[in-house]
Design a protein around this ligand. Structure first.
Ligand code: SF4
Length: 213
């Protein structure tokens, strides 16, 4: 596995490779980011952005979202898949925000993960993007990239997050998460990684051990 020094070098190279690395879910406040992230499970950011463009025009806050009710909400979010579960989770979450948080999004991960439809990944995205708290949200890309390169060697997203937090400086957590996502979307794709153009190929265990054996 890579040393902390090598991991830092990988991150520096990815930073140069993807200077535009940023959250790709469109939002204007923490409530919109929370809803967009719940919708993004098993769905692309591009599709979520198409849905939220319509959704946030009719529901900009927990009251308006809750007021849509199941029928209207599920009709709007249907294209993002799992609309039944997502609609129910969003409505329950909005009710809790209204009743317990004065219609605001809580700023702590501990409170966020108690909301229906909000797991560790979503909580990490919200606190890092909206509240400036360093966090590494491990999605399918971050899990795949960090295990392929040899930054970690873990079999679950939870263990990957814990391991990454030990190996990467806290100040770099949020940036690292974005860089791994961009690398996963643009170069190190799940089925066919583009190793021939990869800027961190010289560091990659998968490239050395699997592709060149
Ligand atoms: S060398 Fe290939 S497998 Fe390794 S990080 Fe780059 S694209 Fe992914």
């Amino acid at each position: 596995m890579l040393s902390k020094k090598k991991i830092k070098e990988v991150l520096d190279i990815l930073d140069v490779t993807y200077p535009d690395a940023r959250p790709e879910l469109n939002h204007t406040n923490s409530f919109e980011m929370l809803i967009a992230t719940i919708l993004s499970a098993q769905c692309t950011d591009v599709r979520v952005n198409m849905i939220t463009e319509t959704l946030f025009k009719v529901a900009k806050n927990p009251e308006e979202m809750y007021g849509l009710g199941y029928e209207k909400l599920s009709e709007i979010i249907k294209p993002c898949g799992f609309f039944n579960t997502k609609s129910n989770n969003i409505l329950k979450t909005c009710k809790i925000l209204i009743d317990e948080y004065d219609s605001k999004v809580p700023e702590s991960k501990e409170d966020l993960v108690k909301l229906p439809g909000v797991g560790r990944k979503t909580a990490n995205v919200v606190v890092s993007t909206c509240f400036g708290e360093p966090a590494i949200a491990v999605d399918t890309h971050v899990f795949r990239i960090t295990n392929r390169i040899g930054i970690v060697r873990e079999d679950t997203v939870e263990k990957t997050e814990d391991s990454l937090m030990k190996k990467i400086d806290r100040s770099m957590w949020t940036k690292a998460h974005l860089l791994f996502i961009f690398h996963g979307r643009r170069t190190c794709k799940a089925r066919k990684p583009s190793c021939e153009i990869c800027t961190v190929r010289d560091y990659c265990e998968y490239y050395k051990n699997v592709l060149n054996k």
